[in-house]
Design a protein around this ligand. Structure first.
Ligand code: ADP
Length: 247
């Protein structure tokens, strides 16, 4: 059996706005094993992003627990949480690069804020840029790159602290299908070579089924499917997407 690396138990999260409240997560539990690619699928508004953000405590759940390697993140001090978070890399839909900094500076950033010497962080960043196929773009600025290249920079940056798990929030939603597929191939190579676990949420069903080793289907804040991609039947799709599955 695969060893569990990141798990959440009974996560609940409600957002309150002026015009009412939204229960984004209604008791979500799941376990991500070491080296798995965990695809979270569901319609817009199902709670996928909130789940990812709660796993990293970018968003604090109202109740439930998040365990990293068996340890509850919710019980840690700020400093302990900062250290544990180094094991969790994040990749976002809109890349979140620093526009005024070069590609190399962007990738160096996570080690720069930790005070790692310039030479050491540059060597590591150049090695990772080579890994993601952007060795020749080290001195370019984000505005000079395509969307796919920007996401490669973000992936290199996420790997700088040797994470054990990557959380990818709609990593290919801003990319065309061909580029999106190339990015998922890169993530799969990284998972295979480094043994990192990856959780990625996506509204692209076909790509999720193709690249994930495990699928979680969400509908209105609940997990309605948790299993192998090969077990995602028509009936499962109806549970996840409702009427939209029939279109
Ligand atoms: P998904 O990623 O599946 O599209 P989200 O997690 O972004 O879903 O959103 C789940 C629900 O929570 C939606 O109804 C959304 O409008 C609501 N929501 C998410 N973030 C916030 C927020 N910061 N404030 C208020 N409502 C939010």
């Amino acid at each position: 059996m695969t060893q569990t690396y990141l798990e959440v138990h009974n996560l609940c999260k409600t957002f309150t706005a002026k015009n009412g409240s939204v229960e984004a997560l209604k008791g979500v539990s799941l376990s991500i094993g070491k080296g798995e690619i965990f695809g979270v699928i569901g319609l817009s508004g199902a709670g996928k992003s909130t789940l990812v953000r709660c796993m990293n405590l970018l968003e604090r759940p109202d109740s439930g627990d998040v365990l990293l390697n068996g340890e509850s993140l919710l019980k840690l001090s700020k400093e302990q949480l900062r250290l544990r978070r180094q094991k969790i890399g994040m990749i976002f839909q809109h890349f979140n690069l620093l526009e005024q900094q070069t590609v190399l500076e962007n990738v160096c950033f996570p080690l720069e804020i930790r005070g790692i010497p310039r030479k050491e962080r540059r060597e590591k960043a150049l090695e990772l840029l080579d890994k993601v196929g952007l060795a020749d773009k080290a001195n370019a600025y984000p505005a000079q790159l395509s969307g796919g290249q920007k996401q490669r920079v973000a992936i290199a940056r996420a790997l700088m602290r040797n994470p054990s798990i990557l959380l990818a929030d709609e990593p290919v939603a801003s990319l065309d299908p061909v580029t999106g597929r190339q990015i998922l191939c890169l993530l799969r190579d990284i998972q295979r070579q480094r043994g990192v676990s990856i959780l990625m949420n996506s509204h692209n069903l076909d790509l999720s089924l193709e690249f994930s080793t495990h699928i979680v289907g969400m509908n209105r804040g609940r997990v309605v499917f948790d299993g192998a991609p090969g077990d995602v039947t028509e009936a499962v799709l109806r549970d996840i997407y409702g009427e939209a599955a029939a279109v």
